[in-house]
Design a protein around this ligand. Sequence first.
Ligand code: RB5
Length: 146
Amino acid sequence: MKLGIGNDHAAYKMKLQIKEYLESLGHEVVDYGCDSEESVHYPVYGEKVGRAVASGEVEAGVLICGTGVGISISANKVKGIRAAVCSEPVTARLVKEHNNANIIAFGERIVGIETAKAICSAWLDAKFLGGRHATRVDMMMDIENR
Ligand code: RB5
């Protein structure tokens, strides 16, 4: 799968580890920054990955900041994005199965690297269940048109 990854300064180290992990699983990873621990503004990277996913430049995205919250809220401002913050793998599976989340987010200050890897693999392995969940996802996305 072609994945986009983005982060702020608080998550630079974890981004490098997660990028390597995703590549080890066979995914192509496009890195939208940031590229150091120098202080930056997370909305820049949330928007970049959000736009890359929404345009189809990449198939899905992974976002990491201190909590996962600011960068995911930023991505969710882009039309077509369903970015979900997760702190454990059960939620990560369910946000794909029920909400068809096209971006997963988590916080370097919240989860350890093994949990972060488990979150990514649970989300990547899961499949959207459709049916009644598709109705609800369509309803969510309709909000963007009103
Ligand atoms: C940066 O200090 C921090 O605010 C950011 O990484 C994130 O936690 C925001 O939601």
